[in-house]
Design a protein around this ligand. Structure first.
Ligand code: TYD
Length: 408
């Protein structure tokens, strides 16, 4: 059990205990129910490094492997988002140029972001530990190393390529328990004027929206400006800009560089001050969060039981990793949610981690429309509502738990 902060080594203060949880993306077949893996999911906070983190995390090899169930490119909205991300970097003052800059993405998944650089002829490299998604990226003509990013890989990069001008990551850094080693290797392989840009679910949003479902095995950390500043400062890298994003229910894009290379943007102070107002730079910010999680569970179970008593058909929409935390923490099984539909082929005909609710195809949802659909992919609400106006027109209703449990 890791009772100490992975960043500064100080003792963690426990914030919340979610009990036994399976792997967020551990969709499984019936024959594997009996050996399903569970871990004690508790979150803690370090008052020194400001880092919000899981106290225990399963071995990353259990989570990121040849059958990883998450393909980034399942959302069109995310494809556009990453295209815009690319364009913003190209247009920035950091001189990201196709003839000069070497771009490396850590955890590039199926290539949704780095594809924009490879398509434009940039010298690039994607590093991805999960073989199945890495193979999709390869098919998209992306240069790939199938590995975790570590000392060996960074030495290989320096030896075989050149120093990195742009390090990218999206929804990856918060997955890496050995992040101190990763940042140390980033520092060694970053060119003098190079920048590190990554975006991850933002702790400020999780607290404000009570989106506790962002806490699952893969998210070993939930970052804030305070914790990122502390972590990168260990290696003389400074936080030069922060940009809030609407993706994943509220994310933050962080920009870091070697000290004194670029002017620190005003946004950094603005966000740091806002974090102070939210009290996520100290323990008191988590008291209300703690109560809100418990209230959310109560409200959700009450609503689902009422709907069941009324004989309503209730299903889940999108088998997200996030849904695993809600279902297991709230102890919701197929008696309350008949099925969960999803568009990812690898998840279909499997069962949800822990609670074993059947995962069915999107077509099944269209053929068997429910009275109520729990929007597990609440972060893709706009995209999904556009697609589902027919469901709505026929009287279908949605359930959400963010920022509080409600039917709409
Ligand atoms: P996401 O919120 O990115 O998942 P996670 O919590 O795992 O990070 O949602 C991705 C999942 O949602 C993926 O399994 C596909 C599914 N999905 C649908 O089934 N239909 C949709 O319209 C969208 C946008 C996603």
């Amino acid at each position: 059990m890791n009772k100490n902060c992975r960043i500064c080594g100080e003792k963690l203060t426990k914030i919340f205990d979610f009990g036994k949880q399976p792997l967020g993306n551990g969709f499984l077949d019936e024959q594997n129910f009996k050996d399903e893996y569970f871990f004690d999911m508790e979150v803690g906070y370090s008052q020194k490094s400001f880092m919000f983190q899981l106290i225990n995390q399963p071995d990353p090899k259990k989570m990121f492997h040849e059958n990883y169930a998450f393909f980034s490119s399942t959302s069109n909205h995310m494809k556009n988002h990453f295209k815009n991300f690319y364009q913003e970097l190209i247009d920035s003052e950091y001189k990201i140029e196709k003839n000069n800059s070497f771009v490396v993405e850590i955890g590039c998944n199926d290539g949704i972001l780095i594809k924009n650089f490879s398509d434009s002829g940039f010298k690039h490299l994607g590093i991805e530990p999960s073989l199945n998604v890495a193979n999709v990226a390869k098919k998209n003509n992306i240069n790939i190393l199938n590995s975790f990013f570590n000392k060996n890989i960074s030495e290989k990069i320096i030896k075989n390529f050149q120093k990195v001008d742009l390090f990218l990551a999206a929804n990856v850094m918060c997955h890496i328990p050995t992040i101190v080693e990763v940042v140390s290797e980033i520092k060694k392989s970053l060119s003098e004027k190079g920048i590190v840009v990554f975006e991850e679910p933002y702790l400020g949003d999780v607290i404000e929206k009570n989106s506790y479902d962002q806490i699952y095995d893969e998210h070993v950390f939930l970052f804030s400006g305070h914790s990122i500043k502390y972590l990168f400062n260990i290696f003389d890298l400074e936080l030069i800009d922060m940009k809030h994003q609407s993706t994943h229910g509220g994310s933050m894009r962080y920009y870091l560089a070697n000290k004194n290379q670029y002017k620190i943007k005003e946004s950094v102070n603005l966000f740091l001050n806002n974090e102070k107002k939210l009290n996520i730079d100290n323990l008191s910010g988590f008291d209300a969060f703690n109560n809100n999680i418990k209230k959310s569970k109560n409200d959700l179970i009450t609503i689902l039981n009422e709907l069941k008593a009324e004989g309503k058909k209730v299903v889940g929409y999108a088998a997200t990793s996030k849904s695993t935390s809600i279902l297991n923490y709230c102890d919701i099984d197929k008696n309350l949610i008949e099925y969960i539909c999803d568009t990812t082929p690898i998840k279909i005909d499997k069962f949800s981690p822990g609670m074993h609710i059947p995962i069915v195809s999107y077509q099944h949802f269209l053929d068997n429309p429910p009275d109520y659909a729990f929007l597990f992919a609440w972060n893709h609400q706009n995209e999904i509502f556009e697609k589902e106006h027919e469901y709505r027109k026929l009287g279908g209703k949605w359930i959400t738990h963010v920022p509080e449990v409600k039917i709409f």
